[in-house]
Ligand binder design. Structure first.
Ligand code: ADP
Ligand code: ASP
Ligand code: MG
Length: 815
């Protein structure tokens, strides 16, 4: 004998019901089958909603009722095209009765738990009838049995307790002589005085388990819309996968803490009779599903943690005061009063100081609990021995579950460091002595991020997800996006990094995609995006609340750089190509570094100096390993190097600068490069990264430009003065040539002092042969006092700058 249960989504439409009938047909060929069905997907919610509307004198209840009616008639007519009069009559009379009930609620303005049970019972009663009739038209000998005639409960409406003695006997008696295929409505039952009761939301699973246990069948099958109990809710965690086997205890913990795929009380009858539960997918019947059985039979399992789950809408109540310390009986009174009010306590912690007890309950019970507890401790509160209960809302619980956790150290360490790294604040923690479950109370807004971070930690050791938000998609940004697009497969395969671009913004538009923007047509998507603003970009990034988020600034805008602090405060790493922040006031630079430390984020800006060359990284590695930088000598301007490499007696200075600008080697305003300001900013950043507190004013900058060049107040004017002062530049060139030297724009730092200047570099010096737009940096340190560490290579250009940004992104993932 097989006992199968099909949930609401499995019977949500005629197409799925056909799949259910196929499964039943093939099972019934092998032996007797008992099948429990839920209401058609969404109907229970609709019935309850109808009731509430009627209760509130809102006539929309009629529209909602019509919707319920139409859904049922539509499914019936799709399943049985002709000869469905019996079912039509049945549905009409049930729906009539339902409508009368709703009208009654509307008229008398009252919806008791008893009426509510009557109301929702229509869902399962109608679905089981339709399915049975549809099976019959297929020529299958199916019989419907109303489970209310078998399952007897007390009168605790909306979640009644089963009287097993009577129920088991009813079931055993009835199925002694059973049909080949019996269809029963789940969830519904009757009290011992004949009132309609229900077993609690999601209770059809329980109906099936009660029947399976009473008949001691070999296995109970729960058919649903997913392929088993997953490592985490697959609707929230994309990477989750079905768990092959679980113990009853693990399944109980997971379902108790929110894995809705199995209604928690379902497990008890199966466990008592040691009946394995198999969870299967109606839409993919060939998938293995999850098998739940006794702990001893599970075999060797690779994972210590079996699954992660979460429950929303939790309120945390705290009772505290010195009057509780060392005095027995407080907890007894507290939990007794909660039990009296039938409030389910989901979570308890008490610090060893006994100064406070903290417990988690459903948010819906919070008011009732507060009043009851405050009343119970009225005397102690009036004597100021304890304080009135405090309530916090908008919370959730995340739980990490596994039978084997007790034999392994460091699980909770891993759990809380994963939460901490992602800026998820933990309000309370509980771990049962059996160590099958570690749970944490967190803010509801963080649940998705928490589940994904924990899943990554415990199940995806091999892939790390990086979520990137890019501001600025000019030349460099465009290259970066195409590099990410090109490399994504390699990153996944070789480095186990899943890099996704979630947000892109230019100065006009911005676009987001929770699952990653398809990079083959980001330009088009961006052109249809919403209007851009720095604050809404931050807001959206914050709301998406993704783990391992990185904000990438590829603009040259001060206002963008002013936003870094906000990102870092939200534990979002910042990767900047823009050098304004790092060369701004020292306090601002230091503050950003401090924020990064405090909020466990990275703040990286390798491309501020030498584009993609690993200059800052080399410097950081020296400092981190205990070395001290004593001096730096460098050619740091790709643009000035280009200019002086191409300027000679047969070219004109003005023309060479124009060419550098046209080829994109200078800033939009070439004066920033030619005045030396850009180089000064770079050496400042290197000095700061070497541990020196300096500002831009501290960098001596003796310009090689003329007074007229410097005073020009527009780029056009500037170019005019370059033509007028051509002789000045030719003199500089001639002098260098006479001395057998090359002109190089050099930055120097030595023992806390720095300068930038145009220099004549003699033959034999490492700078002499520096070509094209190359950069070179020589680091002298305590470990490298005479022979410096030299980093040399292309120091400008969009492609190399983009690759420098890419390297920073990878660095963030490695931290
Ligand atoms: P049914 O209608 O079949 O009773 P439910 O909606 O009650 O189905 O339960 C199935 C749903 O449970 C899934 O669609 C999924 O969204 C949710 N769920 C939550 N946690 C888990 C989990 N750990 N594994 C599988 N499903 C889960
Ligand atoms: N129909 C009920 C509910 O939605 C019971 C069930 O489907 O298990 O809660
Ligand atoms: Mg369910």
């Amino acid at each position: 004998m097989d006992v199968l249960k099909f949930g609401g989504s499995s019977v949500g439409n005629s197409e799925n019901i056909t799949k259910v009938m196929d499964i039943l047909e093939s099972y019934s060929k092998k032996g007797k089958v008992i099948c429990v069905v839920s209401a058609i997907g969404g109907i229970t919610d609709k019935l309850l909603n109808c009731g509430l509307l009627a209760l509130n004198k809102n006539e929309d209840y009629i529209t909602e009722f019509e919707a319920i009616k139409n859904i049922h008639f539509k499914i019936l007519s799709e399943l049985i095209q002709s000869g469905n009069e019996i079912a039509q009559d049945y549905l009409s009379s049930e729906l009539n009765y339902l409508k009368n009930l709703l009208d009654g609620i509307f008229l008398i303005n009252e919806l008791t738990p008893k009426t509510s049970d009557k109301l929702v019972s229509f869902g399962e009663l109608m679905s089981s009838f339709i399915i049975t009739e549809a099976l019959k038209t297929r020529g299958i000998d199916a019989v419907r049995k109303n489970s209310q005639e078998l399952i007897v409960t007390n009168s605790m409406f909306t979640k009644a307790d089963v009287n097993y003695l009577v129920t088991n006997k009813n079931i055993q008696d009835y199925f002694q002589e059973s049909h080949r295929l019996t269809i029963l409505p789940g969830f519904v039952s009757k009290s011992n005085i004949g009132e309609i009761t229900t077993l609690g939301r999601g209770g059809s699973d329980f109906t099936a388990s009660i029947i399976a246990a009473a008949l001691r069948v070999k296995q109970l099958e729960i058919w649903t819309d997913v392929s088993g109990m997953y490592t985490a809710n697959p609707k929230l965690v994309k990477q989750a996968s079905p768990i092959e086997v679980l113990s009853y205890q693990e399944a109980m913990e997971l379902s108790h803490f929110g894995a809705k795929v199995l209604f928690p009380p379902t497990i008890q009858p199966a466990l008592d009779s040691e009946i394995p539960i198999l969870i299967k997918n109606t839409l993919k019947p060939n998938d293995n599903g999850t098998l739940i059985k006794t702990q001893g039979n599970l075999g060797l399992r690779a994972n210590v943690v079996s699954g992660i789950s979460s429950v929303d809408n939790i309120a945390l109540l705290t009772l505290q005061g010195n009057g509780m310390i060392g005095i027995p009986g407080f907890s007894k009174r507290l939990f007794e009063v909660l039990a009296l009010e039938k409030i389910n306590v989901i979570f308890i912690t008490q610090a060893s100081s006994e100064h406070s007890i903290c417990f988690g309950i459903s948010e819906y019970d919070a008011m009732l609990a507060t009043t009851a507890v405050d009343e119970e401790f009225e005397y102690e509160i009036s004597k100021r021995k304890i304080r009135p209960v405090t309530v916090e809302k908008d919370l959730s619980i995340v739980a990490v579950v596994g039978d084997n956790m007790k034999n392994h150290q460091g699980i909770s360490g891993k759990m809380f460091s994963a939460l901490g790294k992602n800026n998820i604040n933990v309000r309370a923690i509980a771990q049962g002595a059996s160590e099958k479950n570690i749970s944490a109370v967190i803010f509801k807004k963080d649940v998705k991020k928490a589940l994904n971070s924990l899943h990554e930690t415990f199940f995806e050791v091999k892939t790390k997800q990086l979520n990137v938000f890019i501001a600025g998609v000019g030349n460099v940004g465009e290259r970066l996006l195409s590099q990410i697009h090109q490399q994504s497969k390699f990153l996944k395969k070789e480095l186990h990094i899943n890099l996704r671009v979630i947000g892109i913004s230019n100065s006009k538009k911005m676009v987001f995609d929770d699952d990653g923007i398809p990079l083959e047509n980001w330009k088009e998507l961006l052109s249809f995006g919403e209007p851009a603003s720095l604050h809404s970009f931050l807001e959206k990034t914050t709301l998406l609340n993704k783990r391992n988020s990185i904000f990438i600034d590829i603009t040259a805008s001060e206002s963008v750089s002013n936003m870094y602090a906000e990102y870092l405060k939200r534990s979002i790493s910042v990767v900047a190509c823009n050098k304004i922040a790092c060369s701004s006031d020292y306090k601002n630079y230091q503050n950003l570094k401090d924020l990064a430390k405090k909020y466990n984020a990275s703040f990286l800006f390798e491309t501020n100096v030498g584009a993609g060359l690993p200059i800052i990284d080399t410097l950081n590695n020296l400092v981190a390993s205990g070395d001290k930088i004593t001096s730096i000598e460098a050619v740091l301007s790709g643009s000035l190097n280009f200019v002086f490499n191409n300027f000679n007696s047969s070219t004109k200075f003005h023309d060479v600068v124009k060419q550098a600008q046209a080829e994109g080697f200078t800033e939009p305003d070439p004066r920033i490069d030619l005045s030396g300001v850009d180089v000064a900013r770079k050496i400042l950043i290197l000095a700061r990264e070497s541990g020196y507190e300096m500002n831009l004013d501290d960098i001596a900058n003796k310009s090689f430009l003329t007074q007229a060049n410097l005073k020009s107040d527009s780029v056009v004017d500037f170019y005019k003065t370059l033509i007028e002062d051509e002789k000045h530049f030719q003199d500089l060139f001639d002098s260098a040539q006479a001395n057998d030297s090359q002109l190089k724009y050099v930055a120097q730092f030595n023992q806390g002092k720095a300068n930038v200047a145009l220099k004549e570099i003699p033959q034999g010096h490492p700078f002499y042969n520096l070509e094209g737009k190359d950069n070179i940096v020589m680091f002298y340190s305590q470990r490298y006092p005479e022979q410096p560490i030299i980093v040399k290579g292309a120091g400008a250009g969009a492609e190399v700058t983009a690759s420098g940004l890419f390297a920073d992104i990878i660095r963030v993932s490695n931290r």
